[in-house]
Structures are given as C-alpha cells and as structure tokens.
Design a protein around this ligand. Structure first.
Ligand SMILES: CC(C)(COP(=O)(O)OP(=O)(O)OC[C@H]1O[C@@H](n2cnc3c(N)ncnc32)[C@H](O)[C@@H]1OP(=O)(O)O)[C@@H](O)C(=O)NCCC(=O)NCCS
Length: 313
C-alpha cells in the first residue's frame, strides 16, 4: 500500500486531533484512550500558527499520524508526534521526523530539541537516531490560582495599539536574544493574539521591557478548560532577576484569575536550576515529568541562571 508524507491541510485537523488523543491515551494506559484527551488543542493552534510546518503520514489514503515543527527564531522543536496505535513500530514515526529535520535545515536553526517520555527506551532510542540526546528532566508544574488578586504593575499585549505591538515584539526578541542568540517567540505572541488563545503579560522597569509571558487560557487553547498555561516566559537577566521572575509569575496568576481560570500551569527544564527551585518554593507541584532531548547534546538555553519557562511539548 502506498505510504506518503505530506503537509497537513485544514481537512486533516479533526482526524489528526483524534489520533493525538488516542495515541497518548493508549501509550499512557488510559482506561478509555479515545476520551483521554481533554479540550486542549494542539493540532488546530499549531497548524494555524504555521501551516507549512505541520505534516501527516497516510497509508492507502488513511491518515495514520502527524507531526508539528515550531520555529522560535534560531531554535526549533517538534511535537506532538503521534501515530495511530494500530500502526506503531511500522516506521511511520520516522517518516514524520524526516520532513521536520529538513525544515530545521532549511530554517537554519542553531539549536533543536524536543520533549519526550523519559521512561521510554523506544522514544529515547528513536530520537537519538536523529542526533538528539537526553539531557535534563522537564517538569510540567501547576498550582491552584489564588483568587481576588490585585492587578497592576504589568500590562497585557492585547491592550496595546498596533504600533506599540511591533515595538514590544522587538523588545521581547531582544530580551530572549540575550538569553540565547536568535531566540525569538514573536510567532507565539502573535498566534496567541490572532487566535484568541489567551494573552501575553508584559513587565516593565523604568519603561523598559524586562519580562513577558505568553499565556494560553481555557478550552481550545493548549491549556484546556479551567487552566492558564504559560507556554513561554522569560525575564531579563542581571541584578534582581529572581525577584523579577517572581513578579512575572504573580502577573501570570493575576491574569489567570482575571480570566476565571482555576489552575496555573507552566513547564520548566530542571537544568534552569534557580527557576525550577523558585517554582517549587512558590508551591508549584510537578504533574508530568519528561525529558528534554537536544541536538548534538547542546545545552542551548537549558542551563543554570536562566529564568525562562517553556517545555517544548
Ligand atoms: C512514539 C511514536 C510517535 C513512534 O512512532 P512509530 O511509528 O511507532 O515509530 P517507528 O516505527 O518509526 O520507530 C520506532 C523505532 O524505535 C525502535 N525501538 C523500539 N523499542 C526500542 C528500544 N527499546 N530501544 C531502541 N529503539 C527501540 C523500533 O525498533 C523502531 O525502529 P526500527 O524501525 O528500526 O525497527 C508512536 O509510538 C506514538 O504515537 N506513541 C504515542 C504518542 C507518543 O508518545 N508520541 C511521542 C511523544 S514525544
């Protein structure tokens, strides 16, 4: 039977979304894998953000799996990669890694990585073949949102005028560039705004942008019902960075509260030791633990002293 890999189209989204839930539900041993997935959405949000970076594999005209690549300036990562359980170990996962590796090449990213299940020799073995090596654990953490929080001391990207938005995107890119050369998540800020997935919290000191957090809120985003998920956050390094990071986390919680969310979720690579410790000290608890695998075993921005949140899921 003919097997092909091709770019995803809008018509593929329902089936691709169904397979994502089924594949994870089956792998994790959920009692009813078909209903395991909640109402968080990865397929539509990522396809809309960059349709040319989403791929499906088909056999005999039947969709069997999908994969999504993300470009954050000089950094690339991929996922979720999922294959329908009936087709596992048939080489489809590899077929969906090939176009993503080609895309990384074409984008010229200097750092590439992924998040996967640390306990699975199959997963780790599969990605090692593509030059990714296991490094530190990544903790996906959460806490209940404190209600009735005072708002203030931070701004929302959504409240800015168009001209100000461009300036803020540049300031965000310059902030992340100082953490890892060329790291730029403008596409996440834009996608969150354009798709109505949540908002981006902005923190300033003496007028200068010193921190930001891209937050997804509720059903249909990557957070799911009742949750505010910090997809990416970073503060400027230098004097007072820990206090700045705490202020940013407070602001994320205030946004979550203002939007009626019950839990705040964020992922942190544990190699960012101080950030991880700060999250623990604030009462965040780990719900999911995975591992970051990084191309050529390079640390990228997963290193001590970096106050940044993301998890590459
Ligand atoms: C993970 C997943 C995408 C892989 O897709 P797949 O089509 O089953 O993978 P492939 O058949 O292309 O490759 C798997 C390879 O791992 C190898 N493998 C299996 N167990 C292994 C082990 N213990 N050590 C090393 N390699 C192993 C297989 O032999 C196979 O290689 P081969 O083709 O040379 O035999 C799929 O199993 C899936 O959807 N899982 C559930 C969702 C998920 O976990 N997604 C990934 C999140 S990071």
């Amino acid at each position: 039977m003919d097997t092909i890999t091709r770019p995803m189209t809008e018509d593929d989204l329902p089936e691709a979304g169904r397979i994502i839930g089924l594949a994870f539900g089956t792998f994790l041993g959920a009692p009813d894998p078909a209903t395991f997935w909640g109402d968080q959405d990865y397929a539509r949000t990522r396809w809309l953000a960059d349709p040319a970076a989403a791929f499906v594999a088909e056999q005999g005209g039947v969709l069997v799996g999908s994969n999504f690549a993300t470009r954050w300036g000089s950094v690339g990562f991929f996922g979720p990669l999922t294959i329908h359980p009936d087709y596992w170990n048939g080489g489809f996962g590899q077929r969906l890694l090939d176009p993503v590796m080609a895309l990384f090449e074409c984008w010229g990213v200097s750092h590439a990585g992924l998040f996967t299940f640390a306990q699975s020799p199959k997963h780790v073995g599969l990605y090692q073949r593509y030059g990714f090596w296991p490094r530190a654990l990544t903790a996906i953490m959460s806490k209940p949102v404190r209600s009735g929080q005072a708002e203030g001391g931070w701004e929302r990207y959504s409240a800015l005028a168009e001209a100000e938005r461009e300036e803020v995107l540049r300031a965000c890119a310059s902030l992340t560039d100082r953490i890892y050369q060329g790291l730029d998540v403008a596409r996440e800020i834009r996608a969150t705004q354009a798709q109505g997935l949540g908002d981006t919290v902005l923190l300033r000191e003496e007028g200068e942008l010193v921190g930001f957090a891209v937050c997804h809120c509720g059903a249909g985003s990557e957070a799911g019902s009742g949750k505010c998920y910090v997809k990416f956050a970073a503060v400027a390094s230098g004097a007072g960075e820990l206090a700045r990071f705490e202020r940013l986390l407070d602001a994320c919680e205030a946004l979550a509260d203002a939007r009626g969310m019950e839990r705040l979720e964020a992922g942190v690579n544990t190699a960012r030791h101080e950030a991880y410790r700060c999250m623990l000290e604030r009462g965040m608890r780990t719900d999911i633990q995975g591992i970051a695998m990084q191309r050529d075993n390079e640390p990228g921005y997963n290193r001590p002293g970096v106050f940044l949140l993301d998890d590459w899921r």
